[in-house]
Design a protein around this ligand. Structure first.
Ligand code: SME
Length: 175
């Protein structure tokens, strides 16, 4: 039975200073890679990433995936946090914008993002990263919410983007 990942315990909702957050993520990455080693099922990878990144990123109140179930429709996948919206169309919200443009969305203040979908009123900032398969097709988006303004730095966003590419672009079985 794996122990998850070994990191200093930090209370849920804590916004550490940006350099400390990046150091914590970098400390977690080799453990996350080891935990996912050899896994080829996309849902098993999504569930484990949601769990381990929830532990790694205490500033979050939601951490999980929306999967592409139709050409322009997302449905919620594995996640940690309060109840998420079940379906999001490509023309809706931050997740829709990320899927539509296949481009990361780093939102320091969700109230300044036209059309932001508030699954949780406490959310103040958001980061959404496209999940592409090894043919470059968008298969899902990885969504992070925080109850803090500016809860995610560009460095965190870029490190998480690299991780998503590394994990999901290796000949996986998609549902
Ligand atoms: N806020 C997202 C919807 C999903 S919740 O954050 C879990 C959006 O605007 O797309």
């Amino acid at each position: 039975m794996s122990e998850g990942i070994l990191l200093a315990k930090v209370a849920r909702g804590t916004l550490l200073p940006a350099p400390e957050r990046l150091a914590r993520l970098e400390e977690a990455l080799p453990q996350i890679r080891a935990a996912l080693e050899g896994e080829t099922d996309s849902v098993a990878l999504q569930a484990t990433l949601a769990c381990l990144l929830w532990e790694t990123l205490p500033q979050t109140n939601w951490c999980g995936f929306y999967r592409r179930i139709e050409e322009r429709l997302l449905a919620v996948g594995p996640y940690q946090g309060g109840m998420g919206c079940l379906r999001i169309a490509f023309d809706k919200g931050v997740c829709g914008a990320c899927a539509r443009e296949a481009r990361m969305q780093l939102v320091p203040d969700v109230h300044a993002f036209p059309g932001h979908i508030a699954c949780d009123d406490a959310t103040r900032s958001e980061l959404v990263i496209p999940v592409l398969d090894d043919a470059g097709r968008l298969r899902a988006v990885f969504d992070l919410d925080s109850p803090h303004l500016d809860g995610f730095s560009l460095e965190e966003a870029e490190a998480l983007s690299r991780l998503m590419n590394e994990v999901f672009q290796r000949g996986l079985r998609w549902d």
